[in-house]
Ligand binder design. Structure first.
Ligand code: ADP
Ligand code: ZN
Ligand code: ZN
Length: 822
């Protein structure tokens, strides 16, 4: 709390604006605002000629900047909405990931807390009210403005009953009838619902109700409503308008009639958008011996270390261990943050946690709308005990954070790709926890190399749960040799006979199956057998994927779509063939080979509609689906009790990513998807199809041999100077013209080499060298893990960026810096 009662000197504020600006801006604080303003509050400021923004107060001081700053215009909050710890976190993110504070602010605050500059229209002082020069429509607006001081664009649209109003506004401006006003508009509107109660005197004196009945008289519907209301009010303290309308089948107009007669009052009440959990809370399960042991070890190790890695095989019961730890934290009145990858945030996990914690848990994910996000922001400020959320939930304004759980800590989606800040939520949450003196538990069946190496070296504590809950064996994994079956001609399209037989057997036993193919759509390539033409994206350097059900070709990088061709675009022949296969094709063909099976698909295309993700999961749980075909979505965190078989269509695909993490990813994906089999009753089975059956990772997955995988991988990373032994910074340069990006990248790399020498690799064209009409060039910097060299490298990169952008013709070049790229 800062106050400046009698100081003579002028008081200034440093303001963060939600823009990619390199620094914070100084404004003076008008005297009347000096008592209310605090660090972490939003203020209205003018920036540029006539733009207004809501900025965030970072600092308040009396050091004269040596020029006359603009005054800030108003204070928007009554209490700070961002606390000290988070401001520090913002600064750390900006510094570590090489972006601006404004970019962090932009990512951290929900849209509803960022104010938009909205144009409003006023009557001009210069207008002499000579309406004769106006057209009919202009007249309507001018007249409206003489009654109502100002109008929004939206209101003008309504008055004119037309969508395009800018030409008319332009003309009014030209005729000097109106002026424009830039005004900040608060986006957040609480949600209200209409309720009904008796008007006075009926509300306080039931004796008077007799006269209400007389007033209603023979209006039948009104009588129904009155009686219905009395009925309902015996059962519940408040009655929603909608409830009454449904209970007695009366219309809104009929209720209005009762309001007019002075019998009812219709009033608005603010209601929560974060749907509360209405059902009973059930008590915890009893922990198994393994869970109990793990719990004790975690607590013990967290006394010495800030971070513990819980390595528990799939189905070992990690969630129950998390639950016990969370319970302890909230019993002490503390807050818990539970982070999950976005697509792991399914009803399954939400329900499991709600069953235990009821209304003490709130969920923050991408499907919330703006208002709901703002509401959750305030709930967190008020001390909501548990927040379950994806990446960005770590920006919520906790004040008593005690524990962070990062579930599926190995998941690449914890890293934000675009736009900046390109932060890793797992790593960032560790910094966040440190701010609060809170502890972090990383949990997974397939630890990331980073976390495991930290655990091995003693930086993190390590706790293991190596068997499944209930003593069930981990699934039996077998390899189906696709090369051999191709030779023997026993393949059925993309299915080995082994996989088909196992599918039939599983369904025969009344079990369900999951099939994993890491590609959506029908086929990733469409080309012409006659002339070799390939359907390619017009904006990107990639082939278009055929989506047979939608009847179109789509680019998976920019979203470009075009109708599926019936003949070749180049030679006109109908010799069009598809290559490769995605989930649609698997679903399609499976229907031929297994005509009686009920098959469904889960990938981005099939879950796009709101709630369809949950519906597919629900239908599978209810056994309305026999076989679920899907992309990575089916590999993450799902817990079904009747899956006897998991099939992987093409393991080879996973090994050939041009990335040093390819093996790690493949190990994780294969182990995770296998982990969906046989979780509850009997041991499950997994069939992995591959052409290259000799790949070392396959053997390690089959034998569940994480130690061997880890040792081999660790050696390679060490030998080839890869993370986590070295730190990478990836710089991507983009330009609409190829030679510009090439020239820019080569200048950039040379500038870096001056200071960083052989640590600089490239520039090189990435595998996909044009995306969304921009040509790309990559430069990679490999650094020893020392803080000073990292600092230096970031400075060199920043300066090189300024230098390159300053070159003639290169001002339009875009430079993305990605620290610890994924
Ligand atoms: P993980 O997250 O380690 O893969 P889960 O936490 O999903 O494993 O647990 C696997 C299954 O075992 C779940 O269906 C869960 O309900 C059940 N389970 C775990 N712990 C217990 C327990 N203590 N009592 C009863 N059921 C449990
Ligand atoms: Zn052709
Ligand atoms: Zn594209």
């Amino acid at each position: 709390m800062e106050m400046f009662p009698q100081e003579e000197s002028i008081v200034f504020a440093e303001i963060i604006l939600p823009l990619a600006l390199p620094k914070v801006y100084t404004y003076s604080i008008p005297e009347e605002l000096q008592e209310t303003i605090q660090i972490g509050m939003r203020v209205e400021v003018q920036f540029g000629k006539n733009k207004l923004y809501a900025g965030l107060v970072k600092k308040i001081h009396t050091n004269n900047p040596g020029y006359q700053p603009k005054p800030l215009l108003s204070v928007l909050d009554k209490v700070p909405i961002v606390h000290e710890h988070h401001l520090k976190l913002w600064e750390w993110i900006a510094k570590y990931y090489g972006c601006t504070l404004g970019e962090v602010m932009h990512a951290a605050l929900p849209a509803g807390l960022k104010l938009a500059s909205e144009t409003r229209v006023l009557l001009s002082q210069a207008f002499d009210e000579d309406f004769s020069v106006l057209t009919d429509k202009e007249y309507l607006i001018a007249e409206a403005l003489t009654i109502q001081e100002e109008l929004s664009i939206e209101e003008i649209r309504k008055i004119l009953n037309q969508a395009t109003v800018y030409p008319l506004i332009n003309s009014l401006l030209f005729k000097r009838v109106i002026i424009l006003k830039e005004e900040l508009k608060l986006k957040y509107k609480p949600r209200t619902l209409a309720y009904i109660r008796f008007a006075e005197p009926y509300r306080s004196d039931p004796e008077t109700l007799k006269s209400a009945f007389e007033l209603v008289g023979r209006a039948k519907k009104q009588m129904d409503a009155l009686l219905g209301f009395i009925q309902l009010s015996k059962k519940q303290p408040t009655i929603k308008k909608k409830e009454l309308m449904e209970a007695v089948d009366v219309s809104s107009a009929q209720l209005k009639g009762l309001e007019k007669k002075g019998i009812f009052e219709i009033y608005k009440k603010e209601v929560s958008r974060i749907s509360g959990y209405g059902k009973d809370v059930i008590s915890n399960f009893e922990l198994s011996a393994q869970q109990l042991k793990a719990l004790l070890e975690i607590k013990q190790k967290l006394e010495e270390k800030n971070v513990v890695l819980l390595h528990g095989v799939t189905g070992s019961g990690k969630t129950q261990v998390y639950i016990d730890l969370m319970q302890e934290a909230i019993d002490e009145g503390k807050q818990v943050l539970y982070l999950l990858p976005e697509i792991g945030l399914t009803t399954q996990i939400i329900f499991r946690l709600q069953k235990v914690f009821g209304n003490k848990i709130a969920v923050y994910h991408s499907r919330l709308n703006n208002n709901e996000r703002v509401e959750l922001w305030h709930k967190t400020l008020e001390g909501m005990p548990i927040i379950l959320g994806a990446r960005s939930a770590l920006f919520l304004p906790f004040n008593r954070l005690d524990l962070v759980i990062v579930d599926e800590e190995h998941d690449p989606s914890f890293k934000q790709q675009d736009p900046a800040p390109r932060y890793n939520a797992r790593d960032t949450s560790i910094y966040l926890a440190n701010q609060f003196g809170a502890k972090v538990l990383l949990g997974t069946a397939t630890p990331s190399m980073e976390s495991y190496i930290n655990a091995k070296s003693g930086k993190y504590g390590l706790v293991e749960m190596m068997s499944r809950f209930g003593g069930i064996n981990l699934p039996e994994i077998v390899i189906a040799d696709a090369a051999e079956e191709t030779r023997k001609k026993t393949m059925k399209s993309h299915f080995t006979s082994m996989l088909i037989e196992e599918l039939k057997a599983a369904l025969g036993r009344g079990e369900q199956a999951i099939l994993f193919q890491n590609r959506r759509g029908y086929a990733p390539t469409v080309n012409c057998d006659t002339c070799g033409w390939t359907a390619a994206c017009i904006n990107c350097d990639v082939s278009l994927t055929l989506h047979k059900f939608a009847g179109n070709l789509r680019c998976h990088y920019c979203g470009y779509q075009t109708e599926a061709p019936k003949a070749c675009n180049a030679c006109g022949k109908t010799t069009i063939k598809v290559k490769g296969f995605g989930t649609e094709k698997i679903e399609d063909e499976l229907k031929i080979f297994l005509p009686d099976a009920k098959i469904a698909r889960m990938d981005w295309d099939s879950v796009r509609a709101k709630n369809s993700h949950q519906k597919i999961i629900g239908d599978f749980e209810d056994k309305l689906i026999d076989i679920l075909v899907g992309t990575q979505m089916v590999t993450k965190g799902l817990d079904f009790d009747n899956v006897g078989l998991v099939g992987v269509l093409s393991a080879d695909q996973l090994f050939y990513f041009p990335d040093f993490r390819a093996n790690e990813r493949a190990f994780q994906l294969l182990t995770q998807v296998s982990g969906r089999a046989g979780r509850r009753k009997t041991q499950g089975k997994v069939v992995i199809q591959a052409f290259n059956t000799k790949h070392p990772v396959l053997k390690e997955v089959i034998t569940n041999d994480f130690p061997s995988f880890y040792e081999r991988e660790e050696k390679e990373r060490r030998n080839f100077l890869y993370p986590p032994f070295y730190r990478l910074i990836k710089i991507t340069l983009k330009h609409k013209k190829r030679n510009f990006v090439e020239v820019g990248a080569s200048i950039f790399a040379n500038l870096l080499r001056k200071d960083l020498g052989s640590r600089v690799l490239g520039p090189a064209q990435p595998g996909i060298n044009r995306v969304r009409t921009y040509y790309l060039m990559d430069i990679v910097v490999k650094l020893e893990r020392k803080a000073d060299i990292l600092e230096k490298a970031k400075n060199v990169i920043r300066e090189a960026g300024v230098e390159v952008k300053g070159r003639k013709g290169l001002t339009q070049i875009r430079i993305n810096v990605d620290v610890d790229p994924y």
